[in-house]
Design a protein around this ligand. Structure first.
Ligand code: ATP
Ligand code: MG
Length: 314
C-alpha cells in the first residue's frame, strides 16, 4: 500500500509522530518531497534536536529556507523555547498586571508566578507559529515532523492545558472586573483582557484545525518491534480522544531480503510483530517501508524512500 489522500486540496497539515528513532523525520522529509512535486510545501520540525538539517544535509534554522535541489519545498525548524521567550518578552507587562490586579499576592509572589511557566505555553507557541504560517496561506501543504511521542502528545494537549490556565486567569479577572464595576459603575477592558482574548483565540484556532479531518491528518510511524507497537497504540488512543484523524500508518524498517542468515532471522523475528500491527491497527491503511542497507541521508536516499511511501517503485 502507499500513502493516499495527501493530495486532497483541503488537506493542509500533515503531522508525523511516533516513538524515538522509528523514522519520523525521514518519512516527513520524503513526504514533503513528494508533495512538493505538485504543491508549494513547507516542511516544519518542532523537534528541539534539529533533525531536518541532518537528513537534508543542509542547514535549516528558525527562518524559512528553500531546500536545495528542489523547486517547491522550503523548511524551518521551530524552536519552542524561542517561540516562548518571544511571547514572554512581548507580554511581560500584561502578565504582571494580570497577577497584580487580580489577586492578593505580594510582589515576591508575583515574581515567582511569572517565573513559573504557564502549562503548555511553549508548545502552544510553536503550534501558533505553524498556524500563523497556515493562515498566511503562502504554502499549499504543511508537513510537520515532531520529536518522539511524549513531545508530540504535549504538542497536542497543549491547547487544552493553556485553555484551563486561561479559565483560571479569566476567573481572577472577573473578580477584579466586579470590584471595579462596583466602585466606579463601569469597566473598560484593558491590555490584560486583550491578551487573554487573543490567547483564547489562538487555542481555538489550533483546536479547530487539529480536529478538522479534512484539513489535518496525523501519520504515526511504527517499526515491527514490541515497544514501538505499544507506544503507537497509546498514541492512537490519545489522538482518538483528542478527535485528531489518523487514516494510515507507516511501518518502517521491514526486512525484505532473504540473502543471508542474519536477514532471514531478522525477517522471521519481525513476522509476529507485523501480524500484530495488521490486527491491532487494522482500521488504518498500512504502508510498509523496507529496511534500507544504509541510513537515509541526502536527497537521493530520501527520494528512494519517497518512492517506497508512494508506491512509485518500478
Ligand atoms: N527504512 C530505513 N532503513 C534504514 N535506515 C533508516 C530507515 N528509516 C530511517 N532510517 C535511519 O534511522 C535513523 C533514524 O531515523 P529518523 O531520524 O528518521 O527517525 P526519527 O523517528 O525521526 O528519530 P527521532 O525520534 O530521534 O527524531 C536515521 O539514521 C535514518 O537515516
Ligand atoms: Mg526525528
Amino acid at each position: 500500500m502507499a500513502l493516499t489522500g495527501l493530495e486532497n486540496s483541503d488537506l493542509e497539515l500533515i503531522i508525523f509522530g511516533g516513538k524515538g528513532g522509528v523514522g519520523k523525520t525521514s518519512c516527513a522529509i520524503a513526504t514533503s518531497l513528494a508533495l512538493a512535486g505538485n504543491y508549494k510545501t513547507l516542511l516544519i520540525s518542532t523537534d528541539p534536536a534539529h533533525s531536518l538539517s541532518d537528513g537534508l544535509e543542509q542547514q535549516i534554522g528558525f527562518n524559512v529556507v528553500k531546500v536545495d535541489g528542489t523547486d517547491n519545498l522550503s523548511a524551518i525548524e521551530v524552536v519552542a523555547d524561542e517561540a516562548l521567550s518571544e511571547f514572554i518578552t512581548g507580554y511581560q507587562a500584561e502578565l504582571k498586571k494580570l497577577f497584580e490586579t487580580s489577586t492578593n499576592l505580594d510582589n515576591q509572589d508575583i515574581e515567582e508566578m511569572l517565573s513559573l511557566s504557564i502549562p503548555g505555553i511553549d508548545e502552544v507557541m510553536s503550534f501558533k507559529t505553524i498556524i500563523d504560517f497556515i493562515e498566511e496561506g503562502e504554502y499549499d501543504k504543511y508537513v510537520v515532523d515532531t520529536a518522539p511521542t511524549g513531545h508530540a502528545l504535549r504538542l497536542i494537549s497543549s491547547p487544552k492545558l493553556l485553555d484551563e490556565w486561561i479559565k483560571v486567569a479569566a476567573r481572577m479577572r472577573w473578580k477584579y472586573r466586579y470590584m471595579i464595576t462596583s466602585f466606579s459603575g463601569s469597566y473598560q477592558p484593558d491590555e490584560v483582557d486583550v491578551l487573554l482574548l487573543s490567547l483564547k483565540k489562538t487555542v481555538k484556532r489550533i483546536e479547530n484545525i487539529l480536529r478538522d479531518g479534512t484539513r489535518c491528518e496525523f501519520i504515526p510511524v511504527c517499526i515491527p518491534e514490541a515497544m514501538a507497537i505499544m507506544e503507537t497504540g497509546r498514541l492512537l488512543s490519545i489522538l482518538a480522544n483528542s478527535e485528531i484523524i489518523a487514516r494510515q500508518i507507516i511501518v518502517n524498517n521491514v526486512m525484505v531480503s532473504d540473502g543471508c542468515d542474519f536477514c532471514r532471522r531478522s525477517k522471521a523475528g519481525q513476522l509476529p510483530y507485523l501480524t500484530e500491527i495488521g490486527e491491532t491497527f487494522g482500521s488504518l491503511n498500512k504502508v510498509e517501508v523496507p529496511r534500507f542497507p544504509e541510513e537515509i541521508k541526502g536527497l537521493n536516499a530520501l527520494n528512494e524512500l519517497k518512492r517506497c511511501l508512494f508506491n512509485e517503485l518500478s
